[in-house]
Design a protein around this ligand. Structure first.
Ligand SMILES: [Zn+2]
Length: 170
């Protein structure tokens, strides 16, 4: 999946906030937090959007030490993500949940790549979430469709947030 697809899918995890807390003014930061969190998993990919944004600054620490779609796309990174997310609590009470879900959305949708992910790292086996013949490539049509749907989701989020649209959950 491309960086922009990861970003918009991660940004949609902000919807989770509606389930847990009544909406407040700072809901507006949540899609950004979810979107950025979703880019972090690709710190292990030298061509990733996150490295373009940081002008390669983060690359100094991580690149070439971690195989792509291994540690950062695995289950054992999740406790670390949860720990890091707690530092966002002062930003917004829902920020840790959105950050964690946004991050997890990344290896989740990467599971639809033909290459799969090493979910059980350090075991080097690649897992896919669907059969290989249904998988689709980064930048392909399905990737773009997910980007489109994710973008619609964000527009809806902003409409609901701004009160232009009403939803009721539960
Ligand atoms: Zn990835």
């Amino acid at each position: 999946m491309t960086g922009k697809t990861h970003f918009v899918v991660g940004a949609n995890t902000a919807w989770a906030a509606f389930l847990f807390l009544p909406q407040d003014l700072w809901f507006i930061v949540l899609p950004v937090i979810g979107g950025v969190a979703a880019l972090l998993a690709d710190l292990d990919n030298r061509h990733a959007t996150i490295h373009q944004w940081t002008k390669g600054l983060l690359r100094l620490f991580l690149i070439d030490r971690v195989r792509h779609r291994s540690l950062f796309h695995s289950l054992i990174i999740i406790p670390v993500v949860v720990f890091v997310s707690t530092f966002l609590y002062p930003v917004h009470a829902m920020a840790p949940i959105v950050f964690t879900l946004g991050y997890i959305s990344h290896p989740f949708i990467d599971g639809f790549n033909p290459q799969g992910c090493e979910y059980l790292y350090p075991w080097g086996k690649n897992f896919r979430l669907i059969p290989k013949f249904l998988c689709f490539d980064t930048g392909g049509l399905v990737d773009q469709m997910i980007f489109g749907l994710g973008s619609v989701g964000i527009v809806l989020f902003l409409l609901v947030y701004s009160g232009l649209m009403q939803i009721s959950i539960g």
